[in-house]
Design a protein around this ligand. Sequence first.
Ligand SMILES: NC(=O)C1=CN([C@@H]2O[C@H](COP(=O)(O)OP(=O)(O)OC[C@H]3O[C@@H](n4cnc5c(N)ncnc54)[C@H](OP(=O)(O)O)[C@@H]3O)[C@@H](O)[C@H]2O)C=CC1
Ligand SMILES: O=C(O)C1=N[C@H](C(=O)O)C[C@H](O)C1
Length: 273
Amino acid sequence: MTTKVVVTGAAGRMGTQIVRMVTHGPGLALHGAVDRPGSPALGQDAAVLAALPPAGVVVGDDLAKALAGADVVIDFTSHDASARHAELCAEKGVALVIGSTGLGAEEKARVAAAARKIPVVFSPNMSVGVNVVFELVRQAAKVLGEDYDVEIVEMHHKKKRDAPSGTAVRLGEVAAEALGRDPAEALCYSRQGILGERPPWQIGVQTLRGGDVVGEHTVFFCGEGERVEITHRATSREQFARGAIRAAQWLAGKPAGLYDMADVLGLRGGGRP
Ligand SMILES: NC(=O)C1=CN([C@@H]2O[C@H](COP(=O)(O)OP(=O)(O)OC[C@H]3O[C@@H](n4cnc5c(N)ncnc54)[C@H](OP(=O)(O)O)[C@@H]3O)[C@@H](O)[C@H]2O)C=CC1
Ligand SMILES: O=C(O)C1=N[C@H](C(=O)O)C[C@H](O)C1
């Protein structure tokens, strides 16, 4: 069976990577390519933007039109565009993979509402490695417990718009939940001035930006006399794209619902993918 994929944000860093993989991928067909209204990419062949020979799919700005006959949309655009795209996909009954980060509570609620009508995989990081790191952090937090201060540092390229990264936020949530803390109270995104001692319940999340760094995350567990560091370094966007395509294929025949990469990889029950 061929999975017919529409790529939104087709001219972007992730979009071009996804177009490249869908074009080459067995069992996949590039059904449509969409980018922002007014984008200079409109009217260009999506494969050419992805440094491939022309494949006959031209970038447009009308997602509703591109959805006709599609199986799934892979969306790496922006927080607001993804919420809108989720509503359109729900209206047309097309499954959706969302990789965009930085969605606010209202935008997440719109995605959740769409997922009552269609199956949606929504994950701040599609790489297998990072999803394993989520599990390692959960385990480390449970075992090390209250005696270890948890701090998170993330670094990304200078063009990234949202901060902190969606992955860093999820790492903080995973650690907080494993420690029985409310993420809304525990996560601390900035420190400056005379703050006094670090409260033991706090989980610091710090952001670095510069150059072409693809994505790096470290979770520190700082105890008395020792420190555990769990680090993931992405050196290319391929693993994110590979994960998104795996998610798109996994969605075939799934009932409506909000899923994440732990579902796709079979990590929920602790089993091997
Ligand atoms: N989950 C994961 O594994 C990963 C998630 N991400 C996330 O994915 C998102 C995109 O990242 P990246 O590819 O680096 O960003 P880019 O800015 O390179 O790409 C985003 C693309 O989407 C386009 N776009 C913006 N608004 C719309 C719209 N309304 N309709 C259609 N297209 C639109 C942009 O156009 P224009 O530039 O003209 O605005 C751009 O071409 C970010 O939120 C990032 O954090 C990134 C990597 C991995
Ligand atoms: O914008 C990026 O580039 C990335 N964003 C994601 C995030 O915010 O967590 C994932 C990845 O680290 C790359």
